[in-house]
Design a protein around this ligand. Structure first.
Ligand code: CIR
Length: 279
């Protein structure tokens, strides 16, 4: 069982969040968003020993607070070290306040590095970072830059191998984990679109690891949340991808639950983004 997870309450101001990707999406239904987030937290409670819940941050101007439930972007944790990111969108940079206290409650974390004190031009969103075994993949994107990847590389020296990926840079994709997410150390779920294929190719080439891939046609359900060795959370409402995941996960002996995250998707959130998992 996972030892810790950090999540953050959804602020009422989440209602004002807009999608960067699809500006035709209908407005966020805040009551439904709160219910969907609550259901997500309930699943975490069942699969994690200690859940650290950070209160919502309603104290900032509207542009800052709404995204604070997407805690994944605020930090990267590898073994005994946590890096508090300098987030790629200036409106989100204050979200690390509150997360530092949560990280201090994790007994396995001995060092907390503030990215901003290492390089004030560095930016990283945790959604661009994916730890698989002892490889930390860092996708350079509109949110994550080379300086940010360098700070991670230095902070995690001896703890993992940092593999920097370039493929996202020229794509419309917000984050690395919008296209790919790990089921376990050997197998990834990948969006079968061209951008997903290109990313998987780069990961394999740069790591020398021949990952198995479960390909799904839609981008949103390519983001799964693996909670421990045999349980996975997947997205509801994407029938074609859900059918593939259902078959592939059952075949591999995984149990899973499908969650409807329609209102969080409207703010470009998915499954991994609402928690930081610490083994
Ligand atoms: C943003 O644009 O930063 C948020 N509206 C969405 C962040 C989602 N984060 C993630 O998938 N890791």
């Amino acid at each position: 069982m996972l030892e810790y997870a950090i999540c953050r309450e959804l602020p009422r101001s989440f209602e004002a969040c807009v999608t960067a990707v699809d500006n035709t999406a209908s407005p966020i239904d805040i009551s439904l968003a709160l219910k969907q987030h609550e259901a997500y937290v309930e699943v975490l409670k069942k699969h994690v020993n200690q859940l650290i819940e950070v209160p919502a941050d309603e104290g900032h101007p509207v542009a800052v607070a709404p995204d604070c439930c997407f805690v994944e972007d605020t930090c990267v944790v590898v073994k005994e070290t946590a890096v508090l990111n300098r987030l790629g969108h200036t409106s989100r940079q204050k979200e690390i306040q509150g997360i530092e206290q949560a990280l201090q409650k994790v007994s396995s974390i001995k060092t907390i590095v503030h990215m901003s004190s290492q390089d004030e031009t560095a930016t990283v969103d945790g959604g661009d970072c994916m730890l698989i075994g002892d490889h930390l993949y860092v996708g350079l994107s509109a949110r994550t830059n080379r300086q940010g990847a360098d700070v991670l590389q230095k902070a995690f020296i001896g703890a993992c191998k940092v593999v920097i990926l370039d493929t996202l840079q020229n794509s419309e994709t917000l984050h690395l984990k919008c296209l790919v997410s790990p089921l376990n150390v050997d197998t990834l779920v990948v969006c079968s679109a061209q951008a997903g294929k290109a990313l998987l190719k780069e990961m394999k080439e740069k790591s020398g690891i021949n990952y198995n891939a479960i390909e799904v046609p839609d981008q949103v359900p390519a983001n799964i949340l693996a909670l421990g060795p045999d349980f996975v959370v997947i997205q509801k409402n994407f029938p074609e991808s859900e059918k593939i995941l259902n078959e592939e996960l059952s075949k591999r002996g995984y149990k899973f639950e499908a969650l409807d995250m329609s209102e969080l998707i409207k703010a470009d959130g998915a499954l991994t983004c609402c928690s930081v998992l610490i083994p």
